[in-house]
Design a protein around this ligand. Structure first.
Ligand code: F6R
Length: 365
């Protein structure tokens, strides 16, 4: 059942191109409007919402961070993103002018479900993004977006996360089309790029040897730092979570610009720093951040576009990913980070599919 792979986690990482294709099928077609049969929100409804919240836990929250940028930049509606266990106890402002988007792979996460129920009671409309047909969030939400990742057995989420990104992009495009915030030409550029992602993910996976070598260098570390700006910060938080879960190495993620506000105090000779570098308008700023850490002797791995050779001269390992538009780059940039965590885990001889203390579905608070 592991289809020739040693573990479910690595099998599921390799299944990502298919998961992306399946999740886009019939929804994203070049030259056509986005088709979302299970989301019946109209233009008028959308115009009536004063705010959108995206609420989730763990990896699903990390996908929500990308969702905020996607909806704000394409549909021009302000979005707040929060973790469910915080949101539910902070007395958020919810009424009939609120649209809530919950994201949950399993559809059973206790805190996420509680937010859905409370918000519905207060009159909010709820869209659920979930991977499990008939799950609690799917049954109780007003509208559902099913990701088609297929069953995810590895406790650490990989392919489900990638399909959640497709879900938030698709919803953002749909909202942009309903509200007319983009021209057909503009939305078409994004759709065409989305359709190229599955093949590009396969190309990223082909770089596994390069990533494995860096994993060997850092597998004995106690701390690893991840940095990025904009959507690369969203990649950094997901990468840090994956490393913690799979390898038990302490990992933290920081926005590049925050380094000098504290974390740089921790950087010394041989500290491991990983950076995602895909947001073109922030490239130069990230190059400066990288120099700040390499000049202090940090070991650095960077994930960046094929065209960005500038970094090759001053970092230990550069993983080059195919070009795409910046908005979609997290789909490609996170894959080397998943592989890195997988290889570090296997060098340490840990149980990759079932990390200690974690459960696939967290149905209690
Ligand atoms: C991380 C991971 C967890 C889940 C979180 C939410 O790899 O698996 O952080 O993402 O427990 O789970 P769902 O998406 O089922 O609500």
């Amino acid at each position: 059942e592991k289809g020739g792979f040693d573990h479910f986690t690595i099998k599921e990482i390799h299944e990502q191109p298919k998961a992306l294709r399946d999740t886009m099928t019939s929804r994203i077609v070049a030259g056509q409007k986005v088709k979302l049969d299970d989301i019946t929100i109209t233009k008028e409804m959308l115009e009536s919402y004063s705010r959108i919240y995206i609420v989730a836990c763990g990896t699903a929250y990390n996908a929500g961070v990308v969702g905020k940028t996607a909806i704000e930049s394409l549909a021009k509606i302000p979005v707040e993103v929060d973790v469910a266990s915080e949101f539910r106890y902070r007395d958020p402002i919810i009424d009939s002018r609120t649209l809530l988007i919950v994201i949950s792979q399993s559809g059973e996460t206790a805190d996420t479900l509680a937010v859905l129920r409370d918000s519905k009671k207060k009159g909010a409309r709820v869209i659920a993004i979930t991977n499990v047909v008939g799950s609690s969030v799917a049954r109780e939400a007003t509208d559902v977006f099913y990701t088609w990742a297929g069953p995810e057995i590895g406790v650490a989420s990989t392919k489900a996360y990638l399909t959640m990104l497709i879900a938030v992009y698709t919803i953002a495009l749909h909202f942009a089309e309903l509200l007319g915030t983009m021209t057909d030409e503009e939305t078409d550029v994004i759709k065409k790029e989305m359709l190229l992602l599955p093949d590009k993910v396969s190309k990223v996976i082909e770089q596994k040897e390069n990533i494995q070598k860096f994993a060997l260098k850092i597998h004995g570390e106690k701390d690893v730092f991840f940095i990025g700006r904009g959507l690369d910060y969203a990649v950094a938080i997901e990468a840090a979570l994956k490393l913690k879960e799979l390898t038990y190495i302490h990992a933290d993620a920081y926005p590049g610009g925050e380094l000098k506000h504290g974390p740089i105090a921790l950087i010394e000779k041989n500290t491991s720093v990983l950076a995602s570098l895909t947001q073109r308008s922030l490239m130069d700023k990230m190059h400066s951040n990288l120099k700040e850490v390499t000049s202090r002797g940090a070991k650095v791995m960077v994930v960046t576009y094929e065209s960005n050779k500038t970094v090759d001269s001053f970092v230990d390992t550069a993983v080059h990913i195919p070009e795409t538009i910046d908005l979609l780059a997290p789909v490609l940039a996170v894959v080397p980070m998943q592989l890195l965590s997988y290889y570090v885990c296997s060098f340490k001889g840990l149980d990759v599919d079932k990390p200690r203390n974690l459960a696939k579905s967290v149905t209690v608070e």
